[in-house]
Ligand binder design. Sequence first.
Ligand code: PLP
Length: 297
Amino acid sequence: MMRFSKRDFLRSVAGIGALSAFRPALASPTGFWEDIRAAYGVTDSFIQLENGYYSLASNEVLEPYLRHIQDINKVSSYYMRTRQADDKLASRTAVAELLGCGPEELIITRNTTESLDTIISGIDWKAGDEAIMAGQDYGAMLDMFRLMSRRHGIVNKVLSIPNQGISDDELVRLYESAITPKTRLLMVCHLINITGRIMPVRQITEMAHRHGVEVLVDGAHAFAHLDFRIADLGGCDYYGSSLHKWLGTPLGAGLLYVRKDKIRGIWPLFGDSSFADDDIRKLNHTGTHPVATDLAI
Ligand SMILES: Cc1ncc(COP(=O)(O)O)c(C=O)c1O
């Protein structure tokens, strides 16, 4: 199975086939960063320090992406009706390999928001069910939980995570302290965007599972940034990320992982009767979609 590493990535963006050829550049910090810079069409008008919103795509990504747009534009619906499904499966399979799961547990979405909100809105909530999250979690997901509270009467328990001076064990105990017999879901951010804190997801998942609570992980800033596989996360139930952040795909690509045995329990946002209840593709019907993004993955 393919294993993603930063070294592979740097070698690929620098367009250098053999690592030995890259060594002199690594030895010289100036040459190294010049090579990286040359791989991107960066503006000269200011210095971009915010790459967490989304990462600009490297030239190596941008050029085939633009070609895909032009090629598909020439054949339009013929492409959609003949090759779209196979090509999408190839992209799903590649991303699934990076995450360390099978394509039957992963779909390509538009972004983390779509991935996580699909789960938050897709659970068969009952009034009084409880969900645990943190005030430091991303606003769009907190909003979705608020909506579920208004719509289904769920109770949201919002923790406050200290910005510093808290150990992993203390974090696990903090989440555990909010669990009651009514808790159904715990959402945790893999890498908190505000502080950069890497959360002990495996320990939190194992603890939550001991209490029968499902775990949803916000991996917006972790996938293709931290070196991990889904198996390292203690069997988390759901994982969402954006590919246009640290993987550097064109805008509008994300992933949603749903553990095989959990797919059946999630209601899709858009109806699609062509897939069985335990087929993850039931969660992936968004209508006509800019397929060149999927191809560029
Ligand atoms: C922690 C976290 N989660 C989710 C998101 C949402 O990502 P997207 O807008 O790509 O859906 C972000 C965006 O920066 C984020 O920082």
